[in-house]
Design a protein around this ligand. Structure first.
Ligand SMILES: Nc1nc2c(c(=O)[nH]1)N[C@H]1C(S)=C(S)[C@@H](COP(=O)(O)O)O[C@H]1N2
Ligand SMILES: [Mo]
Length: 383
């Protein structure tokens, strides 16, 4: 048996005419995912030199929905694109040291690009399916590899630009850019292959867009129930999984607001006796699903006034949950001072379900779901 060479791959479907067209859309998907990913990353940075905006309240819902949709659409596009080019892996190395070195450098850069792209799509998909089969921090790694992927992509496009331009300018059935061995008609036409590819990407997008009405969600390996939750709003982490069932329902529950040595403690009845506000604000999870909802509760600003905290201070929002990375995120001052930011007691006019954060949970406009802290028991105004 001998190793295959690129002359063994004879399908005319494997042509730069197809690769460039699929690659164009793949590039668009990666660009959208990169930009929206930067936005999502920045929204989760605790100390923001430029404050992340609180308006429009649905902003993060849109950018993160786009992020996950673009990533999902990229999966079939990447598979088809790799299929059209992989015979090149078996190309005989060129003669001459200089040409060999250039070829090796090009292959290495494509190797980095493919590895980074596969890693981004696989880790992103696993994350949106709430499957965390790794020990590293998802956000830090996904963010770092994004820069590698986009850098390698820009380099790749720059190197291939002449071929891309020629291929896109010519008819899809033109043979000018084909490998000499690619002479056999494929099982379907190039147009047919492209149409099938767009269809696959479209179906993938629709399946993710369905995440705003989460019907297809799975039970995660951690046993956290996902899918339709109470009041039609899904639940990522249940009270049981967070270990707060007893503390959240205890009659000794108090919300403590602290600022500069001053502390005020409020029972849930005290909170309910304060002026109530109702706001329509979405939960927009980093996993791409989102749900609009109507929340009623006490304005965060009113609570800060109780301890005389002036505007312009960040607030640490502490959950009853005793461990986990999301137990005490920082609410930046522009969010704390926005009058739509609530410590919600009700969802859709009904007492908050324990899985949605009873006795009270934070809900603020244009904020990643992961920072909408549930089971809040302490607001610490930072100096
Ligand atoms: N204390 C605490 N709050 C939390 C979480 C958590 O794990 N612990 N998960 C967050 C995530 S990832 C999301 S998307 C929202 C979901 O809110 P919901 O369960 O009411 O839909 O809650 C957020 N608040
Ligand atoms: Mo989330």
């Amino acid at each position: 048996m001998r190793a295959p060479t690129d002359t063994d791959f004879s399908s005319r479907l494997r042509s730069a005419a197809v690769t460039a067209r699929v690659g164009l859309w793949l590039g668009i998907c990666f660009a959208v995912a990169f930009v929206t990913g930067l936005i999502s990353h920045y929204a989760q940075v605790p100390d923001q030199p430029v404050p992340f905006p609180t308006s429009p309240s649905w902003g993060y819902r849109v950018t993160q929905g786009l992020h996950v949709m673009a990533g999902t659409a990229a999966v079939p596009l990447l598979l088809v694109k790799l299929w059209t080019v992989y015979p090149r892996l078996f190309k005989r190395p060129p003669r001459g040291l200089r040409r060999l070195a250039v070829e090796a450098a090009e292959r290495a850069s494509i190797g980095v690009l493919v590895a980074a792209a596969v890693f981004q799509l696989a880790s992103g998909l696993a994350n949106s399916a709430q499957w965390y089969p790794w020990a590293f921090s998802f956000r830090a790694t996904h963010y770092a590899v994004a820069w590698i992927a986009i850098g390698a992509l820009v380099l790749h496009v720059a190197v291939k630009l002449p071929v891309i331009r020629r291929a896109l300018a010519a008819d899809v059935d033109a043979t000018g850019e084909d490998r000499p061995a690619a002479t056999e008609p494929g099982a379907l036409s190039r147009r047919g292959l492209l149409r099938t590819t767009w269809l696959a990407a479209g179906v993938a997008v629709l399946a993710t867009a369905g995440g705003t009405v989460p019907l297809l969600r799975r039970v995660s390996v951690l046993g956290v129930r996902s899918g339709d939750g109470p009041a039609g709003v899904p639940i990522n982490k249940s009270a049981r999984a967070a270990g707060v069932t007893a503390t959240a329902t205890s009659p000794s529950y108090r919300l403590t607001v602290a600022y500069a040595g001053r502390e005020v403690s409020l029972s849930r009845d005290d909170l309910a006796a304060m002026p109530q506000a109702t706001e329509s604000l979405p939960i927009a999870c980093v996993e791409g699903w989102s749900a609009g909802a109507t929340w009623t509760g006490v304005r965060v600003r009113d609570l800060l006034d109780l301890v005389g905290a002036p505007p312009g201070h960040d607030v640490r929002v502490v959950s009853l949950q005793e461990s986990g990375p999301f137990r005490q995120p920082v609410l930046q001052s522009n969010f704390a001072d926005d009058e739509r930011s609530l410590l919600a007691l009700q969802l859709h006019g009904e007492t908050l379900a324990i899985d949605h954060g009873y006795p009270c949970r934070l809900i603020a406009p244009d904020r990643p779901g992961v920072l909408q802290t549930k089971w809040v028991h302490r607001l610490e105004v930072e100096a």
